[in-house]
Design a protein. Structure first.
Length: 291
């Protein structure tokens, strides 16, 4: 018998369960389409002629026009590849700094005993409630005196000083789930605290490190406010500032080129998430749980 015949001969309770499953999947597909529609429209808009961009809500362009990609890539004073390179350098270095700096701080809070540890940990958590704009002016004055304004250094160097309390807290919760007997055994073998951190904690903490790396990369790549404050030379622009250059509040804006380069800017983030997706899910699922 075919599957359809089996379904007709199935008990009513099984038929109702199958109907609910089909209905649920149909609703989820519709909701997914509603969430993805703006992205699909942006992709479609990047292939449309400029004159019909805002004249229709259809996802199918009347003509395939690649002019937006050509103008977007080479229509500014420098090629858009320069912006990609700047964003990639800043994002990679900031991600490395966040993972290294925050993991060291988390190891100290979770494994080492020192005076005022609970106080400093509470103070660190308190910075989560401190808006970025509160410290913006003092930081800008500091970096201005150091001669770092209009360079990528203000966007990279602070990451190596464990300034992101969210990732420190995330790693502390994960480190606390690793048995302390491993540390005690390593101390008996003559390991120093740094060797315990390097040889034991890091290899056992790949999921949470990958989680921190993915979020750090995505947040740094998508950051607009930080580069806007510290970067003024177009040769140092990141992708987000490059995209803003296509919108002119006093004249005409090249929306097709903006959509085209926006599509390309999604590729690195998508690939980074795709490669580390398994570790991301594992890190979120096991953070804060005893193993």
């Amino acid at each position: 018998m075919t599957d359809a015949t089996h379904a007709l001969l199935a008990p009513p309770k099984v038929q109702r369960s199958a109907f609910k499953s089909i209905l649920l999947h149909a609703v989820l597909i519709l909701c997914s389409f509603g969430m993805l529609y703006p992205i699909l429209w942006m992709i479609s808009g990047s292939f449309r002629p400029q004159e019909e961009l805002f004249g229709t809500s259809s996802l199918i362009p009347s003509a395939l026009d690649l002019g937006g990609y050509v103008r977007g890539w080479s229509g500014l004073q420098v090629t858009f590849g320069r912006f990609f390179w700047n964003s990639l350098v800043i994002s990679v270095l900031a991600t490395i700094g966040n993972v290294v700096g925050c993991s060291l701080a988390a190891f100290a809070f979770s494994r080492l005993r020192f005076a005022g540890r609970n106080f400093w940990f509470a103070l660190m958590l308190g910075t989560l409630m401190l808006p970025y704009h509160v410290v913006l002016i003092p930081q800008y004055i500091l970096f201005l005196h150091l001669g770092w304004v209009n360079t990528p250094l203000p966007l990279i160097v602070p990451k190596y000083l464990a300034t992101d309390a969210f990732f420190i807290f995330l790693m502390v919760q994960f480190f606390r789930g690793i048995p302390k007997e491993l540390d005690e055994a390593a101390v008996m073998d003559g390991c120093s605290p740094f060797r315990i951190y390097w040889k034991i904690m890091l290899p056992l903490s790949l999921p949470v490190l990958a989680t921190a790396a993915i979020f750090s990369f995505i947040w740094t790549w998508d950051d607009f406010f930080g580069p806007l404050i510290y970067l003024s030379d177009i040769n140092t622009y990141t992708v987000q500032l490059g995209l803003r250059s296509f919108v002119d509040s006093t004249g005409s804006s090249d929306w097709t080129a903006l959509f085209a380069m926006s599509n390309l800017s999604l590729i690195p983030v998508f690939l980074f998430f795709l490669f580390f997706q398994r570790l991301l899910i594992e890190g979120i699922a096991t953070t804060g749980m005893k193993r």
